[in-house]
Design a protein. Structure first.
Length: 134
């Protein structure tokens, strides 16, 4: 699926389904390679939706941190473009002196304090109509 196709498909989901998809993307990318990787990959196109998704689930610390990550990324994205040449060497260098590393650290801290899955489960259980087809 193309990047635009994926975005359009996600926009068509219910609010809960969309929140589940985009917050899971953030969690997976950040746990794998940090926010730098999240924005570098096509997942970054969902950064705004992720703030809303975390809020929908009541995961407000994650939502606030996601907003901070988005603001930080916006301030450095032009500088990061020089690393977008398709090589692993450049991608690796994009982590050097990257302010998103501090946001990664804060994410992992919150992740230890709050169970993100529990926020999702609570929402899904109280909004089953969004997730079950009749």
């Amino acid at each position: 699926m193309s990047r635009d196709g994926e975005l359009n498909a996600v926009e068509e989901l219910s609010p809960g389904q969309r929140a589940l998809y985009v917050t899971w993307l953030v969690e997976g990318e950040v746990n794998n390679g940090g926010f730098n990787q999240f924005y570098f990959n096509s997942s970054g196109q969902f950064s705004g939706m992720a703030v809303d998704g975390f809020r929908l689930f009541g995961a407000n610390k994650f939502a606030d941190l996601m907003q901070r990550a988005n603001t930080t990324y916006e301030s450095i994205k032009d500088d990061l473009q020089k690393f977008n040449d398709g090589t692993i060497e450049s991608f690796s260098k994009s982590y050097e002196n990257n302010p998103l590393s501090e946001i990664d650290r804060l994410f992992y801290q919150i992740y230890q304090e709050e169970n993100l899955s529990q926020f999702r489960i609570k929402y899904i259980r109280s909004h089953t109509e969004e997730f079950v087809q009749n």
